[in-house]
Design a protein around this ligand. Structure first.
Ligand code: C5P
Length: 273
């Protein structure tokens, strides 16, 4: 299968209040987008589509070009989840793993693939759904699996990206999800109405992966109906697709508030060097 990753980075970042669109906010001497792309390129996709705010296209291209150049924090982060010298190549581009580990050390180019993987940069929409639609329109003809990933989940391990891609099958999308740890209540105004059985719940992350043509059909249907969905999985399910989940990871949290940005900085600090 040939897998593309659409990275949506066109949000305004209002809740982060950092004076720039969220993906372009500095994080550890780089940008949120660059950290996100490091994980994406390390998964060696066949294409990357970057969806950015109008006027940020050139900056996004520059960031994509420099992404994958090893930085201490990046190597440390990646090595915990998908060692740089992984014995088997990550199969997003349709490569078979070598049974004996003969590919050790050549599983991806030394630059992380940033110069080799085709990157398309497109302008996003007013909503996340509109941004994903813009990304879908830029897919290369030969792509058959699409992963949609939030740039704001900047520290997502590349292993999570490959795990989602591997689990996509015809008729079924895949999301990474985490068990819910808090005790949940159904509320109505100030009243607590009922407990909620959290064993039936999971917190959804990205990337969310789908068969390309089926996702395109689902998007066309949502556009026709004028419905905004919570995420790609909900949109895909509304069109009749099945959705499965694989285990997500704590590091794939979405940077939304200043506190989240601080958390990302602490994680990078603790894994540097
Ligand atoms: O706003 P929120 O954090 O939920 O956005 C999730 C992701 O969707 C972010 O990476 C953001 O850049 C992206 N997004 C987008 N276009 C929008 C809104 C959000 O690409 N109009």
């Amino acid at each position: 299968a040939r897998t593309a990753v659409i990275v949506v980075a066109a949000g305004s970042g209002t809740r982060l209040a950092a004076g720039a669109p969220k993906a372009f906010v500095p994080l550890d001497g780089r940008t949120i987008l660059q950290h996100a792309l490091d994980g994406v390129f390390a998964a060696d996709p066949a294409q990357v589509v970057l969806v950015v705010p109008a006027g940020r296209e050139d900056e996004a291209r520059t960031i994509a070009r420099s992404s994958g150049i090893a930085q201490p924090s990046r190597v440390a982060r990646s090595s915990r989840v998908a060692p740089w010298s992984a014995p088997t190549p990550l199969p997003l581009a349709g490569r078979e793993s070598s049974p004996s580990g003969a590919n050790e050390g050549v599983s991806r180019p030394a630059n992380g693939g940033g110069e080799r993987v085709p990157v398309a940069v497109v302008v996003g929409g007013d909503t996340r759904q509109g941004s994903v639609a813009a990304g879908l329109a830029a897919l290369a003809d030969d792509i058959d699996i699409v992963l949609v990933h939030d740039a704001a989940r900047a520290l997502t391990p590349s292993a999570q990206i490959t795990a989602v891609a591997r689990a996509v099958v015809p008729g079924a999308g895949v999301i990474p999800a985490l068990p819910v740890v808090d005790t949940l209540k159904r509320v109505h105004g100030a009243d607590v109405v009922a407990p909620v059985d959290r064993s039936e719940l999971a917190a959804a992350q990205t990337p969310q992966g789908f068969p390309r043509r089926e996702l395109e059909t689902a998007y066309a249907q949502a556009a026709q109906q004028g419905i905004e969905y919570t995420d790609d999985a909900a949109l895909f399910a509304a069109a009749g697709g099945a959705v499965r989940h694989v285990l997500g990871s704590d590091e794939a949290f979405k940077i939304t508030t200043p506190h989240d940005l601080e958390r990302a900085r602490m994680i990078l600090d603790s894994t540097a060097g």
